[in-house]
Design a protein around this ligand. Structure first.
Ligand code: GLA
Length: 423
């Protein structure tokens, strides 16, 4: 009896994510809009006034997000990326926005975004320069944190270019402390592990204690090969990264590129489904002023967003690769499970997948209720471990399902639980 109890305690301990950054933020994966993938470092406001990095862009984004269902769906942060500042700091050593492109300054922009019921994110870099060559924060962490707080900024994306890698950890931790010292709640988005992986295995316990989310892998591009490479990296490092995710701190596989140019609709569904399974921040980089209605509907799909934002806060992972299908599963609150079946074969038409072959299907013993969310919403009704259900999955598309056990799953009080709680 005693041995069973201590074994369970050990399992609970092992499965608990390490302590998160205690700033009360990112209790669920962050949702918002971030300019980089779509607008990059376009600073030519004379030639391209509608799309250049300027206060006008973020004001228009805030308008659209407040008006067209994004805010209601949960997208909250309007985030500036690189190329916003002037090349010179001011006489007091503070960062300043480029005066031509941000004539009102960041504080006024923050006020505007707040007036729409949204939050403002900004970008800086732990090293000497930002990746695009603007002033970095090295030597100015406290000054910059205070400047962002004075401007009423709500999120900081902190990049890792132009930094001696041996000082990365110290830099990221010091900025975390500097933000905390300002007394303002500023969500802290890091790229620490991405810049450390080429040299050594990052310490995810330390990262989780300092950051609200952290990029692990290369920048996302507007292409299916980019999405595949992110999924592959994530699956092949899942033993290391999945246990570190939980309320307050998340792995960040980079922006959603849904609604742009490079992904078919099936591929857009795959990105949305898998980002929800991975408990990833949902930071969209597209142009919501001009977006195809199907992509907008997908990004605002409340059933997928509910998976992303599930209160249990566990990251899902790849559980099998079978016959050119990938199976990903995410444990949800109330003993439910989300399943994604990804068809990796990029030729032919829709292929059927027998759902009873999903490793986590045991959760359906003795009975479960199944809802299909993608590619179409469909109540699949009560199923059993002997189900005959087959889902149809388009090439490079995903079938996304949730499974609700109708009685306690058989493993709840047995040693089998160990297998379900470790990852
Ligand atoms: C790096 C980051 C990107 C973006 C650019 C900006 O590449 O990983 O997300 O912020 O810098 O220069």
């Amino acid at each position: 009896m005693c041995r069973v109890a201590s074994l369970l305690a050990l399992v609970v301990l092992m499965s608990r994510a390490a302590d998160a950054l205690d700033n009360g933020l990112a209790l669920k994966p962050t949702m918002g809009w971030l300019h980089w993938e779509r607008f990059m470092c376009n600073i030519d406001c004379d030639k391209d006034p509608n799309n250049c990095i300027s206060e006008r862009l973020y004001m228009q984004m805030a308008d659209v997000m407040a008006k067209e269902g994004w805010k209601e769906a949960g997208y909250e942060y309007v985030c500036i990326d690189d190329c916003w500042p002037s090349h010179q700091r001011d006489a007091q050593g503070r960062l300043q926005a480029d005066p031509r492109r941000f004539p009102g300054g960041i504080k006024k922009l923050a006020d505007y975004v707040h007036s729409k019921g949204l939050k403002l994110g900004i970008y800086a870099d732990v090293g000497k320069n930002t990746c695009a060559g603007y002033p970095g924060s090295l030597g100015y962490y406290e000054t910059d944190a205070q400047t962002f707080a004075d401007w009423d900024v709500d999120l900081l994306k902190f990049d890792g270019c132009y930094m001696d890698w041996t000082l990365l950890g110290e830099g990221y931790v010091n900025m975390s402390k500097a933000l905390n010292k300002t007394g303002r709640s500023i969500l802290y988005s890091c790229e620490w592990p991405l810049y450390e992986w080429p040299f050594q295995k990052p310490n995810y316990t330390a990262i989780r204690e300092a950051c609200n989310h952290w990029r692990n892998f290369a920048d996302v591009y507007d292409s299916w090969s980019s999405i595949k490479s992110i999924l592959d990296w994530t699956a092949s490092h899942q033993d290391v990264i999945v246990p570190s995710a939980g309320p307050g701190g998340w792995n960040d596989p980079d922006m959603l590129v849904i609604g742009n140019f490079g992904l078919s609709h099936a591929q857009q569904e795959s990105q949305m489904a898998l980002w929800a399974i991975m408990a990833a921040p949902l930071l969209v980089s597209n142009d919501p002023r001009d977006i195809c209605p199907r992509s907008k509907e997908l990004l605002q799909n409340r059933h997928i967003i509910a998976i992303s934002q599930d209160p249990l806060g566990k990251q899902g992972y790849r559980t099998a690769k079978v016959d050119n299908f990938e199976l990903w599963e995410r444990p949800l609150s109330e003993s439910r499970l989300a399943i994604a079946v990804l068809n990796m074969l990029e030729i032919g038409g829709p292929r059927g997948f027998f759902i009873g072959a999903v490793p986590g299907w045991k959760i359906c013993d003795p009975l479960c209720n199944v809802t299909q969310i993608l590619p179409q919403y469909k109540e699949m009704g009560v199923q059993t471990p002997q189900t005959k259900m087959v889902v149809s999955v388009n090439p490079s598309g995903t079938a996304l399902l949730t499974v609700t056990p109708l009685q306690k799953p058989y493993w709840e009080n047995t040693a089998e639980r160990r297998k379900h709680t470790i990852l």
